[in-house]
Write a protein that binds this ligand. Structure first.
Ligand SMILES: Cc1cc2nc3c(=O)[nH]c(=O)nc-3n(C[C@H](O)[C@H](O)[C@H](O)COP(=O)(O)OP(=O)(O)OC[C@H]3O[C@@H](n4cnc5c(N)ncnc54)[C@H](O)[C@@H]3O)c2cc1C
Length: 463
């Protein structure tokens, strides 16, 4: 019996992972990617862009057995190292449990592992330099240009998975219709990548087991470790106005800005001016849609469906979670695509909106709130409550990063209740000794149902 076919646009993290999963379900899978194969030619031009991988992403990689291949690429980060303006630094651990850590991984390294795993499947074909230039809804076809010779051809949407990233040409082909109702909202802040090289003997020049943050109120600098001893840094700053990218337009303005705000970090960046003046300015934004599918023909997924700002380190983790959910739905419903796409949207759209909101909140926390001494106190109280009542109280950050079985929407909703509680019990306190912890425990029991009831409710809903 001949296999059924599916087509995928985009061989990024999401497109490649869903391709592997669908090929394992025995579909014939064709993936169309506009760029060259990154295993042959690196589209990032040697820059080392890195991402934080957390429980949801690891869970997805485990499902297809490639977590072991990715493991050597990971650098564990146990917490945030906050670098204050006065030169002090303060380590704030991420989770209560020793194994609650997140992992820095280079985008290129991860994509290469995924593509290598995809290449091993005989019923999966990766087609590079094939650019999807638009979707023709009446004919249910995608127009594709072969960038090697300029020829044009069509690919059927029977069905089509659009994993072509935040600027998805498939999603934008539907602009002006009600099909997806996509809205792209740009942040007024952009980003630039800088780099701290490894020190003598390949040593890290900052603590390697932390995500470093230099919070400065309206803007911030961060650094994530790479396996080779270097760090990739990202400067997040308003695009225009005071202290903005617009004003950092020559060597003297760059040096003055870094000496004022990030003197300790600047001393570690030998190519500071070159990086700042030559590296591209990245844009940041959120994509929200009313719908993600066009009957059983087209499904948006990953950033194409729900790009989010990077401040919770969850865009890729969410994209991988999409793949896990789709994989489960295909196991349950085979190739009943209209049903699968509708169920996928019903389950995941509210979760994507929840993490989009939480990622925006986290920008304020990372660049500003983290400097407030009450931030550390609220965190200490949150860990104490988790220690005493772990079946009811798990800090919001931990629910998002370490608990793949707690949906983002649940983390957001419980997070709101917990935030109010933490603010209430730390309002007149300067240290944990000032807090009536038994009273706080009573309040938790009253306001938060046990988390297991939510997990089992979900299990019932999915069956
Ligand atoms: C600065 C920054 C930091 C981030 N940090 C984190 C982090 O720490 N943790 C985290 O989880 N997430 C992070 N993210 C988000 C993460 O990078 C994305 O969510 C993730 O890469 C989405 O994967 P995707 O496969 O959906 O899209 P993409 O990775 O964008 O892949 C889309 C693919 O489609 C291809 N494509 C596009 N258009 C076409 C076309 N017309 N025809 C054919 N192919 C096409 C592209 O070339 C690309 O290969 C960060 C993002 C940014 C910008």
């Amino acid at each position: 019996m001949s296999r059924k076919s599916v087509n995928i646009i985009g061989a990024g993290q999401c497109g490649t992972l869903i391709a592997i999963m669908l090929a394992r379900h025995d579909f014939n899978v064709d993936v169309y990617e506009r760029f060259k194969d990154p295993r042959v030619q690196d589209a990032e031009a040697g820059r080392s862009i890195n991402l934080a991988l957390a429980a949801r992403g690891l869970n997805a990689l485990r499902q297809v057995g490639i977590d072991t291949l990715v493991k050597p690429l990971l650098v564990p980060m146990r917490g945030r190292m906050v670098h204050h303006q006065d030169g002090r630094s303060e380590f704030l651990r991420y989770g209560l449990q020793a194994d609650e850590e997140i992992y820095s991984v280079t985008r290129l390294g991860l994509n290469r592992v995924l593509l290598g795993a995809a290449d091993k499947l005989p019923n999966l074909s990766l087609n590079f330099e094939q650019n999807a230039i638009g979707f023709d809804a009446p004919d249910r076809t995608v127009h594709v240009r072969d960038e090697t010779d300029g020829s044009l051809y069509q690919v059927e949407a029977d069905p089509l998975f659009a994993a072509d990233g935040a600027g998805s040409s498939i999603r934008r082909s539907f602009d002006g219709t009600d099909t997806f109702g996509g809205i792209e909202t740009l942040l007024r802040h952009g980003y630039k990548e800088l780099s701290i090289p490894a020190g003598p003997g390949g040593r890290y020049q900052l603590a390697p087991d932390a995500l470093h943050i230099w919070p400065r109120g309206g803007f911030m600098l961060i650094a994530l470790p790479n396996p080779g001893g270097d760090f990739t840094m990202t400067l997040f700053l308003p695009n225009v106005g005071d202290n903005s990218f617009e004003t950092l337009n020559d060597e003297s303005s760059v040096i003055a800005f870094f000496e004022t705000h990030f003197a300790d970090a600047a001393a570690l960046i030998p190519t500071l001016c070159e990086d700042m003046l030559k590296n591209p300015l990245g844009t940041l934004g959120t994509v929200r849609c009313r719908h993600w599918h066009d009957r059983g023909n087209v499904l948006l997924l990953g950033d194409a469906a729900h790009a989010i700002v990077p401040f919770h380190g969850q865009g890729m983790n969410l994209a991988f979670e999409d793949c896990v959910l789709l994989d489960q739905l295909v196991t349950e419903h085979g190739d009943d695509w209209a049903n699968i796409f509708a169920r996928f949207e019903a389950e995941q759209l509210a979760n994507a909106n929840a993490i989009a909101d939480m990622a925006l909140d986290n920008y304020v926390e990372m660049r500003d709130t983290v400097r407030d001494p009450k931030f550390a106190l609220r965190k200490a109280l949150a860990f104490e409550l988790e220690k005493r009542l772990s079946e009811r109280f798990i800090p919001r950050y931990s629910m998002v990063m370490f608990h793949a079985d707690i949906p983002y929407l649940v983390a957001q909703q419980r997070g709101e209740v917990q935030k109010a509680l933490l603010e209430e019990f730390t309002a007149d306190a300067n240290s944990m000794d000032d807090i009536d912890i038994s009273k706080a425990e009573v309040a938790v029991k009253k306001r938060l149902p046990p988390i297991d009831t939510i997990r089992s409710d979900l299990a019932v809903r999915r069956s």
